[in-house]
Design a protein around this ligand. Sequence first.
Ligand SMILES: *[C@@H]1O[C@H](CO)[C@@H](O)[C@H](O)[C@H]1NC(C)=O
Ligand SMILES: *[C@@H]1O[C@H](CO)[C@@H](O)[C@H](O)[C@H]1NC(C)=O
Ligand SMILES: *[C@@H]1O[C@H](CO)[C@@H](O)[C@H](O)[C@H]1NC(C)=O
Length: 279
Amino acid sequence: MRALTLIAFVPFALGQLDMLNLDCTNYPGPCNNDCYAAMEELPASGEDLGADFCSQTLNYNGPDGQSNSRRRAAGCVSPSPCGNGKLPTQSSDENTCDEYPYASTVEGGSGSILRCTSDDENSAEGSDLSAFFNSVCGYEPCTFEITFGNPGGGSTPYCLDGGGANDGYQYQYQGNGNYQLYNRDSNVTNEGRWGLHQPDPAHYFPPHLRREFLLEDGSRTVLSTRDQTTSYQNATFHTVRNGTVIKHRAVKELLGSAKSPELQHPALRASKRAVQFAS
Ligand SMILES: *[C@@H]1O[C@H](CO)[C@@H](O)[C@H](O)[C@H]1NC(C)=O
Ligand SMILES: *[C@@H]1O[C@H](CO)[C@@H](O)[C@H](O)[C@H]1NC(C)=O
Ligand SMILES: *[C@@H]1O[C@H](CO)[C@@H](O)[C@H](O)[C@H]1NC(C)=O
């Protein structure tokens, strides 16, 4: 009993907060898909809409040999559904299937959110993930969060918008070779077909609540979680630049009018013209 009491008074040593800071300028398509899924995914009907139901802490299990089966379960099968008309594409070079959560993590697999992206971008994000698993995790099990670095510039609208409708390219695999538009409302109407999501303020994570940080290299990054309280003072943000993992701390959290215009409170945004930050 005494031992238990003592343990209770020792501050619990939280694990190191390791952030994989995606560089959205290098792969806007996958980043956009990640943002759509991470920031706007809804729980299944009847689940508790708790504050962090959308928590996107990811677990890498080492090279567990399950990535390919999780990728298939997610619907990113071979031949690619993006190359044979099963999934619509915005342009013909978007011939690879991007899934989130990643098939290389425990959270991947059935139910993942899909978007067709270019092979170059899909591979670039995959390379960054591999570099992170190697350099930070040592190919051993590890827990991390992704953050969205440099999400401005207009190519990753789901990182910055207020839960806009499915643009017609966000899908989810239903099994048996069927893909359906991912409807973030779990109430399926429309004669059994899934329609485009109609934004419902209760069902998305408003941009002004998304937390943005300034990193030591002057870049900005946005959390993928709904967390509003954790200090990221001692978190390590790992960014892959040209294949090398660079570690940065956050210099500060950006608040109020220091945030990117799209992430500012609507009242602030309305009061002045938006000023784009240098990318
Ligand atoms: C689903 O939406 C329809 C039409 O808006 C409504 O009548 C029905 O009650 C909803 N069902 C649930 C479970 O929310
Ligand atoms: C960060 O680390 C410093 C030095 O160890 C410590 O004093 C501080 O309390 C830590 N901050 C948080 C939020 O954990
Ligand atoms: C990455 O490599 C390219 C081409 O070799 C180079 O132009 C660029 O400056 C490099 N970026 C960094 C961050 O090292």
